[in-house]
Design a protein around this ligand. Structure first.
Ligand SMILES: [Zn+2]
Length: 260
């Protein structure tokens, strides 16, 4: 039997433990780096109407004719469309969406979604997920509750929550943030008659607590306004999006092509 000095045994033990910790972190980082991911552009739209001359938010408006042109390009290039919930399920199950899939999203639930966007989406058979501000429903310029119910019943439309009041979540206390994120899910399920599976942070603002609330509320995924198109389970509650802006024709097609 070999008797090692105590000091030596201790340092061997310490270096063994350090090596173990190092390997553990390496393994968990490797796991993070290799998390299953997919390139699926999530396009972000707001108003589908001609911007009023006096508007200071012209960037949020898209002329319906240009929107129709973008849908035509999506069809011509044989891209597939998916709902946000379908992207979430594919990230969770690690079963990829059909190749060249993209997701269309519309924020705020403006009236023009029903009058301009919805007829075009049906015509081109392209799916979209629409984020509703519950307390804006039935107000001038916004969708009505009846329209939301009709949209929710369409095979081309999915409804998501954009809170009750569209407040900046970063400025709210925990109780108020909980109400806006968690309670809006059930309320919108009652209005739409459908399960609400995704959430969209107003103004793209969120903090760690908001992410936790979105997870605990039972949403499968949450959307930000951060730019990007590669998604994995690690960012399922901070999904990135892209603005198609007023690109049209071959310019729009070339832009889309770069994303796959
Ligand atoms: Zn919004």
């Amino acid at each position: 039997m070999i008797i090692y000095p105590l000091k030596f045994v201790k340092s061997v033990k310490v270096s063994f433990i350090l090596t173990f910790i190092f390997l553990f972190f390496m393994a968990s980082n490797a796991k993070a780096a290799t998390a299953y991911s997919q390139n699926v552009p999530i396009l972000m739209y707001h108003y589908i109407e001609v911007a009023p001359a006096t508007s200071t938010l012209k960037g949020l408006y898209l002329n319906p004719k240009i929107f129709a042109n973008q849908l035509q390009e999506i069809k011509n290039n044989k891209y597939k469309s998916a709902f946000v919930s379908e992207l979430a399920k594919s990230l969770i199950s690690k079963k990829p969406l059909a190749s060249s899939s993209l997701v269309l999203t519309f924020d705020d639930g403006y009236e023009d979604f029903y009058t301009e966007a919805y007829p075009l989406l049906k015509k081109y058979e392209i799916k979209a997920t629409v984020y509703i501000i519950i307390n804006a429903l039935d107000k001038p310029g916004y969708l009505t509750k009846d329209q939301v119910r009709e949209l929710a019943a369409s095979k081309f439309i999915e409804i998501g929550s954009h809170t009750f009041n569209h407040l900046d979540l970063k400025t709210l206390n925990n109780r108020k943030a909980g109400f806006e994120i968690v309670n809006s899910k059930k309320a919108l399920e009652n209005i739409s008659g459908k399960q609400i599976l995704s959430f969209c942070y107003p103004y793209g603002h969120y903090n760690d607590y908001d992410i936790k609330l979105a997870q605990e509320a039972g949403y499968l995924a949450s959307l930000t306004t951060n730019a990007g198109f590669k998604h994995s389970i690690l960012d399922i509650h901070t999904l990135t999006r892209l603005r198609p802006d007023s690109r049209r024709g071959s310019e729009f097609s070339k832009w889309l092509k770069m994303l796959f």
